[in-house]
Design a protein around this ligand. Structure first.
Ligand SMILES: [Zn+2]
Length: 153
């Protein structure tokens, strides 16, 4: 009696929509998180959610990474990286809040992206070539020097 259907259940399904907290992960209190980097991250995650919408519609799944409890890949450096992180160059896209590694254990996310480059373009997302990103998919707002939608650094 008076039971309200759980309409939110679908929206909260595992692996969907990386939150800003999940993006910053263990570095949430880091001094490196400037207003600009936080704004970059918000813009990035908004673009990711848009692209994810199209992928989900095609049946692509975004599993949770057991190490991060979200769709962020890796152990600690799949989302934001502090400036002193030895992984990646200074001011890399991860260090500026402009890139995220999506957990992609079987390469299906990368595979879908390669078949839907027009949608990546409409969402403003570039990816690193799948051959260089086994088990993850690097999504970034930063246009590579080549200008290619799929790039090899
Ligand atoms: Zn990356």
């Amino acid at each position: 009696m008076g039971h309200v259907p759980d309409l939110e259940r679908g929206a909260a399904r595992a692996g969907e929509m990386i939150s800003i907290e999940q993006y910053f992960g263990p570095w949430g209190e880091c001094d490196d998180i400037t207003e600009e980097r936080r704004a970059n991250a918000a813009e990035l995650l908004h673009a990711c959610a848009a692209l994810e919408y199209f992928a989900l519609r095609d049946g692509v799944e975004f599993p949770d990474n057991p190490h991060t409890g979200s769709g962020v890949s890796g152990q600690t450096y799949g989302g934001f990286r502090p400036q002193e992180c030895t992984q990646g160059a200074p001011h890399s896209s991860h260090k500026e809040g402009l890139a995220v590694d999506r957990y992609d254990p079987d390469g299906k996310i990368d595979g879908w992206c390669m078949s839907n480059l027009v949608l990546l373009e409409s969402c403003g997302i570039y990816i690193e070539h799948p051959a260089d990103t086994p088990r993850w998919s690097h999504w970034t707002l930063r246009r590579p020097g080549s200008g290619n939608r799929v790039f090899r650094p």
